[in-house]
Each structure stands twice: as C-alpha cells, then as structure tokens.
Design a binder for this molecule. Structure first.
Ligand code: ZN
Length: 570
C-alpha cells in the first residue's frame, strides 16, 4: 500500500480516486517483466481469452489482529498481519481452438498455495512473485470445462480489527493474460466468508445467507473481481434511495456525511440506470475505510475513504460536488470495468476516464450546471499540471498497466481522459453522444471492449467518421491553443453589423471549434477549424454590435492556454 493511505497525509485531488489499484498495478508491472524474461512454452495461453473462468466458488475464513504499523522513511509499513485460509474452485473453460496446457494467475505472494487440483489432470504449479502458473497434463482440450480447486493460506494485507480489506489476487487467484494484463475474464463469484464474532464485513454482491458468523455472498451476474471489507467497529446501516437498496458499513460517530453520501450514491445510480441500462445488481454496499485514499469501486461495492463519511477531507474537498463525484465515480465502476470490461490498449482510460466522465455527467444532471462547471474546471487544472510539468507527456493509448505510475499518468487518464469524452460530446452534440454512450455500454455489456469498439459504436450511432478524433486524442497527443489575432466590425447598410475575426491555432491538432460573437445579452456562434499554426477568418452578421469575440465560449476543447481566448472589438 502506498503511503497515501496514511491518515495524516493530504491527498491531492488528482490522486483521490484510485490509489488502491496502484498496488495491483505495481505487481502487474513486475509480472509483465517476468513474462518477458520467461516466455511461454509452445502450447501455453497465447492470446488473452484462450482460457476463461466462468465461475468461482470461494470459501474463506479470516482472523484479524490489532493494526500495528511504523513509518519508515515516509513509507507506511505494517508490522502486524492477520491470517486468511481459503479454498477456491474455479470453473476453467478453454475457448482457444487448440489444446492449452498453461494458465496464468495473479496471486499475492503473501498467500501460500497449499494445493491445487483438477480431477483427471496432473496440475503442476510454479510461483514467480505474484504470478502463479499452472501446467496441466494432459493439456486442456478446446471446449473443456474443468473445475480447478486451489487451497491456500497466508497473511495478506489488510486483515485488522480496525479494518479489513482483502481483494482479488489475495482473496483468490485471478486469471491474467499471457502479457501480464488482467484478463477480460467475467465470472460469477460465490463467496462464503467466515469471520470471528463481532465483526461486520461485507462481501461483493447479494447476501445469500447468514448462519452465525458465516456469510454467503453471490455476485448474481458475472464480474471481473470481488473484495471483502469492513471491521469490528463498523456498523451496518440500511438506506434506500430511489428504489436502490443499500447498506453502509461505517463506525458509529464517524458518520456525519452518511445520509448525504447515501443520497448521492442512490441518485447517481439512478442517473446511470437511465443513461445506460438499469443497475445490474439488486443491492449496493459502501464501506468506510482508513486505507483507501479516495475510493475504490467494485461491482455494487464501494470502498470509500473514511474522511468522506467524517467530513474531514482537507481544503475544500468536503464540498458537495466533490463528495458527489467521489461516490458517483466509484458507483460508475459497477458498469465499467464491472460489466463492460476494457481490453487492450486504452484499458485504463476505458475504465477510469469513463467512470470519471460518467460522474461528471451525473453531477451536471443532479447538482446542476455550476457544480458541473466547477468539477470540469478541476479536471482542466489537473491536466494543466501535466502540461506544465511532465517531461514527456504520454498519450492516453500509451498508458498501460506497466507504466501507469505517478501523478502525470493519473492526470492524463482521469483529467484529460474525461475531458476527451467531453470534447467528443462537443463534436457530436449532446443527443448523439448520449445515444452513442448508451449503445456502447449496452452492446458491450457482459463483454470485453476495446477503444476501437467504442470508436466504431460512436461512428455507427453518429454516422460520422471519427478516426481523426481518436488519432489526435487517444493514439497521439495534440494540444490546441486558440487565440483571436484580429477583429474588425462594421455596420452594414441595412442596420446590422458585420464582424470578422482571425482565429489562430498556436498549438497542435485540429478540432472543430466554436467562435462566439458576444453582444449585449446574446451570443452568436459560428464554427471553424484551424490547423496547427494556421489562421482562419470567421465572419458573422449580427443584429446588435459585437463587443467581443471568444473562441470556444463553452470550453469544449482542451487547450494549452485558455486566457488568450477573448478579443474585444475596438
Ligand atoms: Zn476509478
């Protein structure tokens, strides 16, 4: 866990949404290196979906201990560890047209594999740090459906009295692609969890049964991963908002914002249900946690920074629109990557950039245009930080699990990533954009989707070719900077006014951009397109005198400098 999880540290806004995932990403980058060094044998998995897991049946018991840690060189180091015992049966299916002998899993090196068995096969296991490779003899034939049972025990983070958070990879092994990427695997997960008495620990999905301290959870639909979270002090509070049944796991006395956050979550889910498709789970849970800086979104399972519940974020982060966005972003993860699972280049953007823009759209719809403007501006500020400081800014497509580190990469994904979707909305118009987004989510519901799938869907719905847009903003990187270099305005013989403005693009890229001719209480919009380094003249005839001309008055387009967008008519 990164030190951002410490309670004393101020978490920059840009980093708030997903620091937890960094742990896994770091592990995956190690994994990627291992795979390069140790190429797969001939009949191993060769593509991402040679092997899929259709279902998991997991039985886990945990024994928490008091939380102990020390700060060593600014890094938080845990000096106590709770224990986990588990048995997981994975229903492995071969989807490759050829026999497959090896399958790879991400499995926390803090958890020891005691045994792995599959009836009628010999299974050999090999551990390289967090990578578990299984070799089957004989090889699994195409179409084979084989239950594989793992027995394991260990001391993964975070099994403490104060808080518990154990997720995929530690709770159970998860399939990864031969390239070190997460597989686009979707499987239904049933989890039986045994805890000591006096704990309230939530699992992912619907609570099927409670027998004493044994709880059984079921995800109801196939999902990419699950987690458990809660603690000894956590109390369970039921909330229903807009027909959505929710449970909040929050320690008493640390729940100042609970009603508000429940309301925000329920309304955001309602918004997504209308925009995309009805919320695919029957219950939603949110757990207040010390260790999460910001939040982490599992399928209908939100792990939220305790400061959100306590109203103790620093600076002005306790503002409604920020708290709303926090809950809405994590709730959006119930759709992506939980139902539409990104795949390939752009994986991280397809998940985080989309969750971020969905949360902004929810703010716009439910908190109004001012809150939307405010949070969009935060995204612009965060991206401006990248422009001002990054030595070599990566394109969105070049950010993968292997190089997703640091504030610049994060801001490119969240801030630029959401602004790119906002620009696409500007290009297509509100109606086509929303229609396209809904079509993408429903078409790829329960499936893996690539950037190209999103592009194709938006092109199909809008009837426009969008290759230029995806080239500029996803595959490459451009940064326009518009300015008005010259304005002249003259009255016409019939009492109107003719204004001509010279629009210049000092930056790179070529976007259609609006030019606003601003009159007293009125704006007339023209559209223009200026190549990098070029000039274009735009003329408008208006009934009233034009006072000033403004490029992109609604601020759709990402620019290097927004301060040179207005020129007065002299
Ligand atoms: Zn996220």
């Amino acid at each position: 866990m990164n030190s951002g999880g410490s309670t004393v540290e101020k978490v920059p806004v840009s980093e708030v949404h997903s620091s937890m995932r960094r742990v896994r990403l770091a592990r995956l980058s190690i994994l990627a290196v291992c795979l390069v060094l140790l190429p797969a044998p001939g009949s191993g998995q060769t593509i991402l979906d040679d092997v899929v897991i259709r279902a998991f049946d997991i039985s886990v018991s945990i024994t928490p201990v008091p939380l102990k840690y020390e700060l060593a060189g600014g890094e938080l180091r845990y000096t106590s560890r709770g224990t986990l015992h588990g048995t997981a049966t994975a229903m492995v299916e071969v989807t490759a047209p050829n026999p497959v002998s090896t399958a790879r899993f991400f499995f926390d090196s803090d958890v020891k594999l005691t045994s792995v068995k599959a009836a009628e096969y010999q299974v050999a296991s090999n551990r390289q740090r967090d990578t578990l490779t299984l070799t089957f003899t004989p090889a699994l034939l195409p179409g084979a459906k084989v239950p594989v049972t793992f027995v394991y025990e260990g001391q993964p983070l975070y099994i403490f009295n104060e808080f518990v958070l154990v997720s995929e990879g530690s709770l159970y092994p998860v399939l990864v692609s031969p390239f070190g990427d997460f597989s686009a695997n979707l499987g239904r997960v049933k989890l039986k969890l045994t805890t000591p008495g006096g704990y309230n620990i939530a699992g992912t999905g619907k609570l099927l049964a409670r027998e004493g301290d044994v709880l059984t959870w079921d995800t109801e639909v196939p999902v990419p991963w699950v987690a458990i979270a809660g603690g000894r002090k956590h109390a369970v509070r039921d909330k229903t908002v807009g027909g959505l049944t929710m449970q909040f796991y929050v320690p008493p006395g640390e729940d100042r914002n609970l009603d508000k956050l429940a309301d925000f979550t329920g309304r955001a889910v309602g918004f997504y249900s209308n925009l995309l498709y009805p919320f695919p789970y029957s219950e939603l849970r949110a757990v207040s946690l010390l260790i999460v800086s910001g939040g982490l979104g599992y399928p209908a399972f939100l792990l939220i920074d305790e400061r959100a519940f306590r109203n103790t974020f620093t600076g002005d982060l306790n503002r409604d629109s920020f708290l709303f966005q926090l809950m809405a972003h994590e709730a959006a993860h119930s759709y992506v990557p939980s139902q539409t699972v990104p795949k390939g280049v752009g994986f991280i953007w397809l998940s985080e950039g989309f969750a971020e823009y969905l949360s902004l759209m929810a703010i716009e719809a439910l908190l109004g245009p001012d809150a939307f403007k405010r949070e969009l501006q935060e995204e612009r500020n965060n991206y401006a930080f990248v422009v001002a400081t990054a030595i070599a800014e990566p394109s969105i497509a070049s950010i993968t699990f292997a190089n997703y580190h640091g504030r610049a990469a994060k801001n490119v994904i969240y801030a630029k990533g959401s602004l790119v979707l906002h620009m696409l909305r500007g290009v297509l118009g509100d109606e086509l954009f929303k229609k396209g987004l809904a079509a993408y989510f429903s078409t790829f519901r329960g499936q893996a989707a690539r950037v190209a799938d999103f592009q194709t869907t938006m092109e199909r719905v809008s009837g426009q070719s969008l290759g230029w847009f995806f080239d500029e903003w996803i595959n490459e990187k451009v940064l326009p900077d518009y300015t008005i270099s010259r304005v002249t305005s003259l009255p016409t013989p019939d009492g109107a006014f003719q204004t001509t403005a010279t629009l210049r693009n000092l930056g790179t890229g070529q976007m259609p951009v609006e030019v606003g001719f601003v009159m007293d209480g009125d704006v007339q919009i023209q559209r223009a397109e200026v190549p990098s380094g070029g000039d274009v003249t735009v003329t408008a005839t208006t009934p009233k005198p034009v006072k000033q001309v403004e490029v992109d008055p609604k601020k759709w387009v990402i620019q290097k400098d927004y301060k040179n967008d207005v020129a007065p008519v002299r």
